[in-house]
Each structure stands twice: as C-alpha cells, then as structure tokens.
Design a binder for this molecule. Structure first.
Ligand code: SAH
Length: 578
C-alpha cells in the first residue's frame, strides 16, 4: 500500500522528539508523518534513518543526537542500545517516573474509562538507587559468529544474544558465576543449546540472590536430563560466598518458555531464603518472587494499607505465588485464603506459613478462575460456607488480586463481583490490563478509591500499580411507587426490557468473536497473530494474547491489506475503535 507521504526507507531526516510511546520509543514528526525512534528521548533533536514506513507512520533508527534533550542522561550500561532489557536508561530517572505516571494515567482514562483518574492517583513511589536492584537474572547461553560461547541478553524483540555478563540492574556476583559456567563449558566441551536445530545442552543460567539473606542460587536450564562433569562445576561454584543452592532444570521443549518443570538438585538445597519486612520466605527456582526487594516492601505495605484490616476480616489472596502478600495480610486478618496455579509455589507458601508461625492461612493450588467459583458455588442454597475458624469463605471482606500481565480471567472477576467483598485490592504489573479489569469492576458495583504506582523496574518501561476499590453501597434509599402494565401513569414492561438491554455491561470482545465476525462477513479466517498485529499497530492493549511478551520475541507476522481491513472492520463492529 502506498503511503500518504513521500518518506521512504533509507531517508535521512532531522527530527525533534516530542513525546515517548508506551514502549519507550521517542516520537517525532517529519513531513507531517509520525516517526517512532527507539533510544531517542523526549526533547532530543536527532538525525534518523527511516527503516520502515506505514501509511500514516513509520519507524526510524537513531543515527546521531544533534542537540541532546535536557531530560537525557548518560546510560550506565555500555550495551543498553542493543540489549532488549532496558528501554529508558537514557532518560533521567525523575523523568522516567513522570513517564510511567503518565502511562498509568492514560491507560486508566483511555481503557478504564476513569475520567477522574488524577484525583485518585498518588505520586509514583520511586527508588533512591535505581540500579543493581534485581534479585533474579536469566542469562541465555549461546555461540557468537566465531563459535565462542557467550552469555548475555536477548536483543530487543529477537533471540540474538548480546554478550553482557555485567548487567547494571542485577547483582554484581552474576558476572563471576557466568565466568565460571562459561569456563566450565569450554573446558569440558559442553555445548550451548541452539534454538534453530534444537541441539546442544545449556540453555539458560538462572541466578537468584537473597537481598537480605545474601544467599545465592544457580540453576542451569538444560536440554537434557544430566550435565556431564557437573561435579566440576559444583566444585567451582560452591566456593562463592553465599552459595546455597545449585540445581538443574530440565527443558527439552523447543519453546520460548525458559523453565521446564523438572528440577534436579546438584548441591545444597532446592531453594534460597529471603525476607520482606520480618517475614521469611523460601523461594524455589520455579516460583515467582518479586524481582525488586527494596520496592517490594513498599508495594506490600501499600497493599496492606489498602486492605484496611482490623483483625476480623476474611480475605482471599488470588495469584498468591509463594504466599508473600498472604502472610503479610494474615497477621492482620482473621483468615486468609491463597490461590496459586504453580504447585511448587503452593508448597513453598504452606512451608513459609508454618515457618513463620502463621496458622490462619490456607493455600489452594489451582487457577483463580476455577478455585474461586468452586468455593463460591459450594453452598448454592445461600448458606454461608464456614471453615473451622468460622470464617465465611463465600463472603470475604477483602479480595486481593495480583495477576500476571494478562490480568484476571473474566470468570474470576465475575465471581469477585458475586462475592461482593467490601474492598478489592488490585496489584498489577500491566496498567493496560489493570484498566480493562477496573472497567469491569466499576461497571459492576465497585468504585476506584486510590491508585498507587510503584516503580519496581527502574530503567525499563515496566510499572507496578496498586489500586483500592470499594463496593458502592446505596447511601440513601428513595421509595418510588411504580405500576407496570398498560394505561396512563403506568410503565410499559417492554420499555424496561429495552432499558435493561441498554445498560447491560458489554461483553468482552475475544479473538474468537473477531474471527467469527470476519468469517461470517468475508468468508475467510484470520490468524490471531494477525489480529494481534493490527491491534498492536493501532496501539490497542494486547491483554487477551497470553504470553504476549514471548510472542513479541518471535518474528512478526504481516497480514495482507485485505485482512487488515477486515480486522479493522471487526474492531469497529465491536466498538473497539471508532
Ligand atoms: N502475589 C505474588 C505473586 C504475583 S505474580 C507475589 O507478590 O509474590 C502472579 C502469580 O500468579 C504467579 O505466581 C503465577 O504463577 C500465578 N498465576 C498465573 N496465572 C494464574 C491463574 N490463572 N490462577 C492462579 N494463579 C496464577
């Protein structure tokens, strides 16, 4: 399709960067066309080379900074431009916080329909030292063009490894560990895994460090079930101060998912311990644990404050991981129920509870959208389902959710609404799916009271947000006598049905619905990746694509113009775009 402009690939242009997009790219205008320039910062005057043009916009590469922006700062990392890990290192930290605040606000307004978002939102909680904060790193292992073994990070949206053992977000000890692993592989002829052929053994090195405990865990993800000469590796690694756990993780699938399910202990124990506040946790390589321990304390403190506990409450903590938030809540509530899909994490959670002497908490392994309805449905006669402690599981006072990026499943939200807790505390790592879910809750009797963004991921575009919602209780009752039926002064019944129809909450539009519409109207099917691509280009949230990040790492698929138009038509039909 011809563009509505004269720009073409290879053109060199001078551009002033006026804004930044959600993924951190600078946005400028040239010849009336919007250009996205990765690594350019708002306020920069830059020379760019056009790489790819679309009808109304294009992508350009930063060639030279002509006049640096006052918001620009010198990045600490030498390979920040090639590496896909950080997107904002060139932006002053104060401005990073502003950028993220705006991102959250925009999503709450645009997707969540919260027109008064400013009123309820607190200023972002930032970090004093926004570097070297991560307690976890996963380094892919591969070979460079000369065949040398390399460890590093994936380049942005690709699986090319950028060699870098010295990440300035992670712990200093990572470099020493990677040196040992690479030297061991070289010496004993252990091959790195190759994605294209599926051959080779070592895929990733996962390192976790306890921020407070100073304990260290190394886990080698391998495409096999044993590591030759592993005792030699153990010998070298266990000399590092703080080393407590060396394991293998078996992943023989040709997939983007880093970890497999099987864990083999090589040395020490299967977990490290760490603490948040005065609660101690055991963390296995397979379990989720917040990556920024300094900010996690502030995040949990906010979640706890928003829960407003007095000691009398029954609370559900959905997506509870190893029970981190659950245990915080349990000390100030009557009873807490945690739900988490990863079995190992639930094992950790149960152990963590007894280890801390906390006994008013119970954990269930399963999906939140299945476990919660199951408990709610258990006493369909309307009688309360009480457990041994007398807590009412069906009618909790507070429900806390902390879902992964794709947000809550609608069955989960639906059950929350039916359970009618007085408060819902939503902890989110993706403000777009957060906003979508808030819209659902607000359309079903809840009201957003407070919003607190927390910077858990400095130098990147990621932002964590805690939201407190309360159930809208009718604050006054007006009695109106209405007679239904035909005749003067009476309200016709079909009017009521019409109004009910108009007020019915809109159903969520799924890829399946979009596809169904297109098939019925145009007679062909479209791949979900195409729908995702069109949505991405329109800047729409990608929440219903699970594992969206992994998908982004795969080569993008490009639909034909005909399919693009059909998808846009469907998006219009479902009122997703105008
Ligand atoms: N609240 C925890 C974990 C949050 S991360 C903490 O702060 O540490 C989100 C968690 O949700 C992960 O542990 C993930 O395994 C889990 N999860 C993902 N999908 C789920 C689902 N459908 N039901 C329950 N848990 C799920």
């Amino acid at each position: 399709m011809e563009g509505l402009h004269d720009l073409k690939k290879g053109d060199l242009l001078q551009v002033k960067i006026l804004d930044m997009g959600v993924d951190g790219a600078g946005i400028g205008k040239a010849a009336g066309v919007t250009l996205f320039v990765k690594d350019a910062v708002i306020g920069d005057e830059v020379l760019v080379k056009v790489m790819r043009m679309k009808k109304h916009y294009g992508y350009a590469r930063l060639m030279e900074i002509l006049t640096p922006s006052p918001h620009r700062t010198k990045p600490l990392c030498e390979c920040y431009r090639q590496c896909g890990g950080c997107q904002l290192q060139a932006l002053d930290y104060k401005d990073q916080l502003e950028f993220k605040e705006k991102k959250v606000l925009d999503n709450l307004k645009r997707i969540g329909g919260l027109s008064d978002a400013e009123r309820v939102m607190e200023p972002m909680i930032g970090m004093e030292e926004p570097f070297f904060y991560r307690n976890k790193a996963q380094f892919p292992i591969g070979r460079d063009k000369e065949g040398k073994i390399v460890a590093g990070f994936y380049a942005s949206r690709s699986h090319t490894i950028i060699p870098n053992r010295k990440c300035c977000l992670g712990a200093a000890v990572n470099e020493q560990i990677l040196d040992i692993v690479v030297r061991f592989m070289e010496k004993y002829g252990i091959s790195p895994y190759e994605e294209t052929t599926g051959e080779g053994l070592v895929r990733h090195v996962l390192i976790r460090t306890g921020f407070f405990s100073k304990e260290i865990m190394v886990c080698l993800v391998i495409n096999g079930t044993r590591l030759p000469f592993s005792e030699k590796l153990v010998e070298a690694l266990c000399r590092i101060k703080g080393m407590v756990s060396i394991t293998l993780n078996v992943n023989q699938k040709n997939t983007n998912v880093i970890l497999g399910e099987e864990l083999i202990l090589l040395w020490g124990r299967e977990y490290i311990t760490d603490s948040i506040g005065d609660i101690r946790y055991q963390i296995s390589p397979l379990s989720f644990y917040q990556v920024n321990p300094v900010q996690t304390q502030k995040l949990y403190r906010t979640a706890l404050e928003y829960a407003g506990l007095t000691g009398q409450e029954t609370v559900w903590d959905l997506y509870c991981g190893i029970g981190t938030i659950s245990l915080f809540l349990a000390r100030e509530a009557k009873k807490v129920y945690g739900v988490e899909v990863v079995e190992k994490a639930i094992e950790n959670a149960r152990h963590n509870a007894s280890w801390n002497g906390i006994d008013n908490v119970e954990f269930f392994a399963g999906r939140a959208e299945e476990v919660l309805p199951e408990f709610y449905g258990k006493a369909d006669d309307g009688s309360a389902q009480k457990d041994g402690d007398g807590a009412d599981m069906r009618h909790p006072d507070v429900i806390v959710v902390d879902p992964p990026r794709k947000g809550c499943d609608e069955r989960c939200l639906e059950t929350i609404v039916r359970m009618q807790p007085g408060r819902v505390v939503y902890v989110s790592c993706d403000s777009a799916t957060l906003a979508r879910d808030l819209k659902y809750l607000c359309g079903n009797g809840y009201e957003v009271q407070r919003v607190q963004p927390v910077d858990m991921f400095p130098q990147t575009v990621g932002v964590e947000t805690v939201v407190m919602l309360s159930h809208k209780k009718p604050d006054s009752v007006i009695n109106v006598k209405v007679e239904f039926g035909e005749g003067e002064g009476k309200v016709p019944l079909d009017n009521i049905a019409k109004r009910a129809e108009a007020y019915k909450p809109k159903e969520r539009v799924t890829y399946k619905m979009i596809n169904g519409y297109i098939e019925a109207k145009y007679g062909f099917k479209v791949h979900t990746a195409y729908i995702a691509e069109v949505k991405r280009e329109l800047g729409l949230p990608m929440y219903d694509a699970s594992n969206a990040v992994e998908e982004l790492k795969q080569p993008r698929k490009h639909p034909t113009a005909e399919k693009v138009e059909a998808i846009k038509d469907a998006l219009k039909h479902f009122e997703i775009i105008k």
